[in-house]
Write a protein that binds this ligand. Structure first.
Ligand code: GTP
Ligand code: MG
Length: 410
């Protein structure tokens, strides 16, 4: 079994998704309400599947459409101009939608490409509009975007719109050079002929171009999505591991308040072992020998080196500190446990992401380095915490501090 030799999990969740992510891509369709997103979908699917209309927003937050006629899925979203709350709702619904896609391997919930629809008759595109694309798909950073000018009835407007949009994107990307928008094309369309008194004034246009470009861009879209899927999956695992670390560190601080020999007391070792096992399970490290190696080394280095022992001394040296011995013990227990959690989390993440796919990882050295990196940072925070409490705090304040370490860290 390869996994045994390399120390990699049998198959990571992101790898399973990527392996399956080989067929249709999903195009997320965004744009203001009434700009014609649903009309565009109906035109491409040649049926009235998506509800269209005028007045208050017509489409429900998110709906997925597919048909064998088209080699990609289309994700219709409700138009966004109905105020801040509505925008936030779309953002959070989309974020949940994508997370579910990754957690449950539902391939129709990933984002491979965006068609950002702008009503071609409104003749404006401002920076806020472009910020919306980014804010809605924050996690899917380099996703290719096609700007689609809907209702492009007037030839004159078309060239002006393309010019205006190109300029707006250039400005946006200059201002956001670290996270530019990956706008790959600007395409004018008329999804439904424009009629006056039953006479066609403007016929359909641009639909074939839109489909052709989408197909051409599909390989790039998949490549970008695959790296995002990996990133999001690792972030999700990290979030789950954080909760485990927080619970264990708080438990350790609570038992640590009862005077016991520190920091390698059996009760702490038990809490930490449980925590480390739970983290390894979160990352699905199927290879027991790798998981055990990380767990054992993390515990050993944390308890036997100068790091653990000197923590009490370092804490006592915090200027102005004035707490009972039991609270100090609690602080050592909480911090040691938190550090062990962080260290192991980093190690498991390295294995999970394939970064540690080496036969000769020097776990002891790497783990020692991680402790040496994390502990001074935690001590600095502990000092700030002590100062903010005028050197006096309770075990309950301490547990809040430990939880804040998890949620604030970068
Ligand atoms: N003639 C014509 N009408 C269009 C075109 N695109 C949109 N419309 C009309 O514009 C109105 C709004 O279109 P929808 O497709 O419902 O807009 P939407 O973007 O889905 O709107 P929400 O779901 O509210 O976000 C409808 O009355 C459409 O018939 C087009 O290409 N040609
Ligand atoms: Mg709609």
């Amino acid at each position: 079994m390869a996994a045994k030799k390399t120390g990699k999990p049998d198959k990571t969740r992101y790898q399973q998704i990527i392996d399956l992510n080989d067929e249709k891509i999903n195009v997320l369709i965004l744009g203001t309400s009434g700009c014609g997103k649903s009309t565009l979908i109906n035109a491409l699917l040649e049926s009235e599947v998506a509800q269209t209309g005028v007045g208050s927003a017509v489409t429900d937050t998110i709906s997925v459409y597919e048909d064998e006629k088209i080699p990609f899925r289309m994700i219709d979203t409700v138009g966004y101009e109905y105020g801040f709350l509505r925008q936030n709702k779309i953002k959070s619904d989309l974020a949940k939608f994508c997370v579910e896609g990754i957690k449950k391997t539902e391939l129709d919930k990933l984002i491979h490409m965006i068609w950002f629809c702008i009503d071609g008759t409104t003749k404006r595109i401002d920076q806020k509009t472009l910020e919306y694309i980014r804010s809605v798909t924050n996690d899917w950073k380099d996703v290719p975007v096609i700007i689609v000018f809907t209702k492009s009835y007037s030839e004159l407007d078309v060239s002006e719109n393309i010019e205006m949009a190109s300029e707006a994107v250039r400005t946006y990307n200059r201002r956001h050079s670290r996270r530019p928008l990956n706008v790959v094309d600007i395409i004018p369309v008329v999804a439904k002929e424009y009629l006056i008194n039953d006479t066609t004034i403007v016929p359909r246009r641009g639909l074939d171009t839109l489909v052709t470009r989408t197909n051409e861009l599909t390989p790039e879209a998949k490549r970008v999505a695959n790296s995002t899927i990996k990133e999001i999956d690792i972030k999700l695992k990290g979030g789950a591991a954080n909760s485990i670390v927080a619970a264990a560190a708080v438990a350790a601080a609570t038992v640590g308040a009862i005077p016991i020999p520190m920091p390698d007391a059996p009760v702490l070792v038990a809490i930490q072992t449980g925590m480390l096992k739970a983290i390894s399970k979160t990352y699905g490290i199927g290879d027991d020998s790798t998981a055990n190696k990380i767990i054992d080394t993390t515990l050993k280095v944390g308890a036997t080196t100068a790091i653990g022992k000197s923590l009490l001394t370092a804490l006592k040296a915090i200027p102005g500190l004035n707490v009972a011995a039991a609270v100090l013990n609690a602080a050592v227990a909480g911090i040691v446990t938190f550090a062990a959690g962080e260290v192991s989390k980093t190690m498991f993440e390295r294995v999970y992401s394939g970064e540690a796919e080496r036969t000769s990882v020097d776990y002891e050295k790497e783990i020692m380095e991680l402790y040496n990196r994390y502990l001074p940072a935690i001590m600095k925070k502990a000092e700030e915490f002590s100062n903010s409490h005028d050197g006096k705090f309770t075990v309950s304040d301490l547990t809040k501090f430990i939880i804040s370490l998890i949620s604030n860290k970068k």
